[in-house]
Design a protein around this ligand. Structure first.
Ligand code: MTE
Ligand code: MO
Length: 420
């Protein structure tokens, strides 16, 4: 993979992470990780296919979605980082906050923020993407990249000593909301026993106030990169992003990264709450001979993906810049107007000087020199390859097309642009 020499001047211009709180003093240890290669920053040409406005039903859920054309540094500032919340926005006091770590453990513990801060701190750079990203016309910016700092989850779990038989770890947020479980127990008439009876309207729905929670197998939870995270890009975690402490599970889709953590519970059975077993579940249609079967799988790890971020004009020359993430990326190709796939130049993976951040979970930027495109409308499409040679699938890929839910869409993304 080519790793171009970048003049220092461009490095500073491209990589100053302008406006990133807490990063003002950050120096880059090498060539820019932003969009280098040109001495002038160029003129960004906005895509013709702009995302739809966030529908009213979703304005409380999703916010600050990434404007792809604005992407110019690898880290997204805290106040520009997309947010997703399904219930209320908790306001927790870091001073009185406590984390209860209990369940099937030998030594249950209650930890304060100071307790966590006293443990060795680790920083991981990780691209957080909502698994619903790219699945509706308004939701194409549910992604961001930051440096996350905190204590090792593995260390805390080892302290409490999960007992024999422990299989699942539940991460509870404090946020909660009223949810209705449809078709409760699925009984009609005679089979109803105990407390489960139809309400006055004859409905068997069960309405409860459920806390946000996600779980992980104990093996997954013990992965060395998981953090009980209290800092984002070098400053205290903002309220929207889970203050004072959230789980950061690098390599997992957004939903696994539980914000406003209040309790970690070790169980001897799989937890099957809303966000494990009912919501964020991919439903796929499978053909077996003449038969159709359905699979239901909870959203877990990220998938290999890329997106064109912007077209930039430098004089009469144009370039396409973009990002690739979700797996260790080995190369990216770009297709213009259904022409041949062309190799993009992958930018070097760099870590910010002065931090020990691991950056293996971070998106990588890429650039295609487009030369002098003809005036008129063009399509721009990218595809990423991982280190094992797997390719980001086209939307027509059979497995992708078998989904009947909108989670986990990692299909190739096509944008439209008008060159004048
Ligand atoms: N407690 C709690 N944690 C949560 C959520 C939530 O609603 N409540 N949303 C999840 C989802 S679906 C996503 S995509 C990410 C978004 O993280 P961010 O808001 O910091 O970008 O948070 C996850 N963690
Ligand atoms: Mo999400």
């Amino acid at each position: 993979m080519d790793q171009p020499a970048i003049p220092r001047r461009t490095v500073l211009k491209g990589g100053t992470a302008a406006g990133v709180t807490g990063l003002a003093l950050m120096k880059l240890s090498g060539p820019a990780e932003a969009f280098p290669g040109h001495d002038d920053p160029g003129v960004v040409i906005p895509w013709l296919d702009q995302p739809a406005p966030i529908p009213p039903a979703a304005t409380d859920v999703a916010g600050r979605l990434l404007v792809w054309e604005s992407l110019n540094s690898r880290l997204i500032a805290n106040d520009k980082f997309f947010t997703v919340k399904h219930y209320n926005l908790p306001k927790l006091s870091p001073a009185t906050w406590r984390l209860d770590v209990s369940g099937l453990v030998a030594r249950p513990r209650t930890l304060s923020l100071a307790d966590l801060e006293a443990l060795p701190r680790r920083t991981v750079e990780f691209t957080l993407e909502c698994s619903g990203n790219s699945s509706s016309p308004f939701f194409i910016g549910g992604i961001g990249n930051a440096e996350w700092t905190g204590a090792s989850l593995r260390q805390v779990l080892r302290h409490v000593q999960p007992a024999r038989g422990a299989v699942d770890i539940v991460f509870w947020g404090v946020d909660r909301g009223v949810v209705t479980v449809r078709d409760n127990v699925g009984v009609t008439g005679g089979g109803v026993t105990g407390a489960v009876v139809p309400d006055a309207t004859g409905s068997l729905d069960l309405t409860i106030t459920e806390q946000f929670a996600r779980s992980m197998s104990i093996e997954d939870a013990m992965s060395r990169d998981n953090l009980l995270c209290y800092q984002m890009n070098g400053t205290a975690l903002p309220a929207e992003h889970g203050r004072p402490v959230r789980l950061i599970a690098p390599g997992w889709y957004g939903v696994a990264n539980v914000k406003w953590l209040t309790r970690i519970q070790v169980l001897d059975t799989r937890y099957q709450g809303r966000f494990m077993a009912r919501d964020y579940v991919s439903i796929r249609e499978q053909r077996r001979g003449d038969d159709t079967t359905w699979t239901f799988t909870s959203v877990t790890h990220d998938r290999l993906k890329s997106a064109p971020a912007k077209v930039v004009r430098h004089g009469s020359r144009h370039s396409v810049m973009g990002a690739a993430w979700g797996a260790p990326v080995s190369r990216v190709e770009v297709q213009i107007d259904n022409g041949n796939w062309r190799a993009a130049r992958l930018h070097r993976r760099l870590r910010a000087a002065g931090t020990s951040a691991r950056c293996g979970y971070s998106w990588r930027f890429w650039t295609l020199d487009w030369g002098r495109p003809s005036p008129g409308e063009h399509t721009v499409r990218s595809r990423a390859f991982d280190e094992e040679g797997r390719v980001q699938p086209p939307p027509t890929d059979a497995y992708l097309a078998s989904r009947r839910t909108f989670w986990e869409n990692n299909g190739q993304i096509t944008r439209r642009v008008l060159i004048d």
